[in-house]
Design a protein around this ligand. Structure first.
Ligand code: CAA
Ligand code: NAD
Length: 283
C-alpha cells in the first residue's frame, strides 16, 4: 500500500508544520481542526513560512503556489473518507485522542493507516479503541516540523510490519530520518528531553537561578540551540505537563514528578509562546 492523500487532524503548531511538509513532498493534504480560527491561523502560518523561503531563494513562487494548491481545509472528520493516511496532532489528552480515533476508524477507508503524533501517550491504548489496531502507529514529528530531520516511529503492540514499512517509506518521502521505537512512556525523545526541562523548571522554582540564566548556562555551556525554558515555552507548557504526567504515571518513579511551578503556570493559562506568556513574554 502507498499513501497519496493525507488528512492532518489538528491545525496547531505541529499539525500546520506536518501539513506543510506533506504538501511540499507532493501529497494531497486535508488540514482538519474543530476550530475555524485554528484552521485560518494554521494556513496563514504555512503561507508565512513559504513566503520566507521564497524570499531566501530556497523555493520559487511557483513551488509555493503548487504546495498551497495541494492543501484544503476541513472542519469535519467525515472528510477522512477519501484518505489513505491520517496523522492526528490534537491536544495531548488520551480521552480526546481516543474519541477522535473512534470516529476516524468509522469514517476512514479500510486500507487507511491511522497515525498519531502524540508526544508520549501509549499507541497500544489508542489503537485498542479502533477495529484496526494493526494499522495504528505513532509518527512523532519534532518541532518545528519543516526544520527538524527526525521522525520517531512508534510501534504499538499490534502494529503490523506492513504499516511500519509504509510509514517508514512515507517519512523518507518527506525527506526525514526515522528511528524505530517500541511503545513505552515518552518513547525515546521525551523520556530524555522532558526530565531535563522539568529539572530546569525546578532550578527556577528552588531559586537557584533566573530563567534567563538557566537558559544561558545550557545554551553557552552545553551548546544547546536554545535553553530548556525557552524550549518549554516553544513546545507549550500544557504539552510539557501532560508528558511529565504520562512519564510519572507510566513509569511509576517519583523522579518524574512534574514541578509544581509547571502546574501553576498551566493553571494560570501561561502556556508559553502560543498563549503569549510562559517563562518569557511574547508579543
Ligand atoms: N517553521 C519553519 N521554519 C522555521 C521555524 C518554524 N516554526 N522556526 C525557525 N525556522 C527556520 C528559520 O526560518 C531558519 O531557516 P534558514 O536556515 O533557512 O534561514 C532556521 O529555521 C533557523 O532559524 P533561526 O535562524 O530563526 O533561529 P535558530 O538558529 O535559533 O533556529 C530552531 C531555530 C531551529 C528552532 C533552533 O533554535 C532549534 O533547533 N531549537 C531546538 C528545537 C528542538 O529541540 N525541537 C524539538 C522540540 S521537542 C519535540 O518536538 C518533541 C515533543 O514531543 C515535545
Ligand atoms: P496545539 O495546541 O498547538 O494544537 C492543537 C490543535 O488541535 C488546536 O488547533 C485544536 O483546536 C485542535 N484540536 C483539539 N481537539 C480537536 C479535535 N477533536 N479535532 C480536531 N482538532 C482538534 O498543540 P501542538 O503543540 O500542535 O501539539 C499537538 C500534538 O502534537 C500533541 O499530541 C503534542 O503532544 C504533539 N507534539 C507536540 C510537539 C511540540 O513541540 N509542541 C512536538 C511533537 C509532538
Amino acid at each position: 500500500m502507498s499513501a497519496k492523500k493525507v488528512m492532518v487532524v489538528g491545525a496547531g503548531q505541529m499539525g500546520s508544520g506536518i501539513a506543510q511538509v506533506f504538501a511540499q513532498s507532493g501529497f494531497e493534504v486535508i488540514l482538519n481542526d474543530v476550530k475555524k480560527e485554528a484552521l485560518n491561523k494554521g494556513k496563514a502560518h504555512i503561507e508565512k513560512i513559504l513566503s520566507k523561503d521564497v524570499a531566501k531563494g530556497k523555493i520559487t513562487e511557483e513551488n509555493k503556489a503548487v504546495t498551497l494548491s495541494r492543501m484544503t481545509l476541513s472542519s469535519s472528520l467525515e472528510d477522512a473518507a477519501s484518505c489513505d493516511l491520517v496523522v492526528e496532532a490534537i491536544v495531548e489528552k488520551m480521552d480526546v485522542k481516543t474519541s477522535v480515533f473512534k470516529e476516524l476508524d468509522r469514517v476512514a477507508p479500510k486500507h487507511a493507516i491511522l497515525a498519531t503524533n502524540t508526544s508520549s501517550l501509549p499507541i497500544t491504548e489508542i489503537a485498542a479503541v479502533t477495529n484496526r489496531p494493526e494499522k495504528v502507529i505513532g509518527m512523532h514529528f519534532m518541532n518545528p516540523v519543516p526544520v527538524m530531520k527526525l521522525v520517531e516511529i512508534i510501534r504499538g503492540l499490534q502494529t503490523s510490519d506492513e504499516t511500519y514499512e509504509v510509514i517508514q517509506a512515507v517519512s523518507e518521502q518527506l525527506n526525514k530520518t526515522s528511528v524505530e521505537v517500541n511503545d513505552f512512556p515518552g518513547f525515546v525523545s521525551n523520556r530524555i528531553l522532558l526530565p531535563m526541562i522539568n529539572e530546569a523548571i525546578y532550578t527556577v522554582y528552588e531559586g537557584v537561578a533566573s530563567p534567563e540564566d538557566v537558559d544561558t548556562v545550557m545554551q553557552l555551556g552545553m551548546n544547546h540551540p536554545m535553553g530548556p525554558l525557552k524550549l518549554a515555552d516553544f513546545i507549550g507548557l500544557d504539552t510539557c505537563l501532560s508528558i511529565m504526567e504520562v512519564l510519572h504515571e507510566g513509569l511509576g518513579d517519583s523522579k518524574y514528578r512534574p514541578c509544581p511551578l509547571l502546574r501553576k503556570y498551566v493553571k494560570a493559562g501561561w502556556l508559553g509562546k502560543k498563549s503569549g506568556r510562559g517563562f518569557y513574554e511574547y508579543s
